[in-house]
Design a protein around this ligand. Structure first.
Ligand SMILES: NC(=O)C1=CN([C@@H]2O[C@H](COP(=O)(O)OP(=O)(O)OC[C@H]3O[C@@H](n4cnc5c(N)ncnc54)[C@H](OP(=O)(O)O)[C@@H]3O)[C@@H](O)[C@H]2O)C=CC1
Ligand SMILES: O=C(CO)COP(=O)(O)O
Length: 347
């Protein structure tokens, strides 16, 4: 059994800490807030983030980063995208031994277009961890924390690191596959949040299942269009971290992105919603990054563009749907379908 630190005591960090604890590891759950750590250790609950969940007595919360990572074999970063750089800067001052570095964060940084693994590599010397592992897939914390069956993927260009991650997390309720396409997995995990905002908007406007199926399917087409143009494997987008995560986030009542879209369609302002949510809604910042990236690379992403305009230009959601429906006619298949077809024909 190993010592593992989970950095980020929100909903997903807590659920992942519980999985590691179930597997017999000594888990340290780190929060940047000393009072939060005290509350968790006193009540054995993290009620701000996971309601009515009892944590094991020996799952200890820390606010001292040096103590939290002392002698750990793995560090799992489970933070909002915007917290990745500052926490890595803190880690740089205190991490002095080799670890497997895993992250469970789903976002892209606006303006720089950096993925999470790229931000980590910019802030933290690689000789401490080698290659980053991404843990991603359709996995709401609310279900993982009550042991509902869940499947994810541990992805790294270093197969030994992804297998280490698989061994740390895998159990009969939490199935972990391995993958090597870090670019495709990170893009799929981040971009699906934008489409989930759209699914919430569609439901909030009172549109039906046909509209949502169309959003998910055409949303996947544009995610894959951008992803393959950037060099990702098109097959990744039809796997757990692509279509799998897109389905769960666009349809689950647990999704913060879906809820945000739903409230926007009901007329609440983005500021009010984010205030009320009290948890990160990654699709908002990532919509900005994806919109900028699509413009720069001249990739057609009409749904992402529409969501960006609703979020940042106060476009009317009904008008955005009308514009999407009345775009010029075209065949359904595009370059991604041709790449997939070629892949299967070459088998
Ligand atoms: N929730 C889920 O089901 C899943 C989430 N994810 C992804 O995991 C990532 C984290 O999400 P989640 O746990 O849900 O987010 P939450 O909003 O639930 O929790 C975020 C945590 O990060 C802490 N935090 C915020 N800023 C900083 C900072 N600068 N330094 C240190 N800690 C900070 C927050 O602390 P404070 O309490 O002080 O705000 C809080 O403890 C996101 O990218 C999300 O997309 C992936 C799969 C599933
Ligand atoms: O990534 C997630 C599920 O896989 C969580 O999505 P939300 O952030 O929308 O809740």
């Amino acid at each position: 059994m190993e010592k593992v630190a989970v950095l980020g005591a929100g909903s997903w960090g807590t659920a992942l800490a519980m999985v590691l604890h179930q597997n017999g590891h000594e888990v340290r759950l780190w929060t940047h807030d000393e009072d939060h750590a005290k509350r968790i250790n006193k009540t054995h609950q993290n009620s701000d983030y996971l309601n009515n969940i009892q944590l094991p007595q020996d799952l200890v919360a820390y606010s001292d980063l040096t103590k939290a990572i002392d002698q750990v074999s793995a560090i799992v970063l489970v933070l909002p995208t915007k917290a990745i750089r500052p926490v890595c800067q803190q880690l740089k001052g205190v991490l002095t031994h080799q670890v497997t570095l895993i992250h469970g964060t789903k976002g892209i940084e606006p303006d720089t277009f950096k993925r999470v693994s790229e931000m980590i590599e910019e802030e933290l010397p690689k000789d401490l961890y080698g290659e980053v592992v991404v843990l991603s897939g359709p996995s709401h914390a609310e279900e993982v924390s009550v042991f509902q069956p869940t499947t994810v993927s541990a992805t790294s260009s270093d197969v030994a690191k992804s297998v280490h991650t698989q061994d740390l997390f895998m159990n009969e309720r939490f199935r972990v596959y391995t993958n090597q396409d870090v670019l495709g997995v990170e893009l799929g995990g981040a971009l699906k949040n934008i489409i989930a905002l759209g699914a919430g908007i569609s439901d909030g406007l009172g549109y039906g299942d046909n509209a949502k199926a169309a959003l998910v399917t055409r949303g996947l087409a544009e995610i894959a269009r951008l992803g393959t143009a950037m060099g990702a494997d098109p097959l990744t987008f039809v796997g757990l971290t692509g279509i799998g995560d897109l389905i769960v986030t666009s349809t689950s009542i647990h999704s913060r992105n879906w809820k945000t879209g739903h409230m926007l369609a009901k007329g609440e302002s983005l500021e009010e919603i984010l205030d009320k949510m009290g948890m990160v809604v990654e699709g908002v910042r990532t919509a900005k990054a994806a919109y900028q990236l699509a413009e720069e690379r001249k990739i057609e992403m009409p749904i992402t563009t529409g969501i960006y305009k609703i979020l940042f230009e106060k476009a009317d959601p009904r008008e955005v749907v009308d514009q999407l429906m009345t775009r010029s006619k075209r065949p359904e298949t595009d370059e991604v379908h041709h790449m997939l077809k070629k892949h299967y024909n070459d088998q």
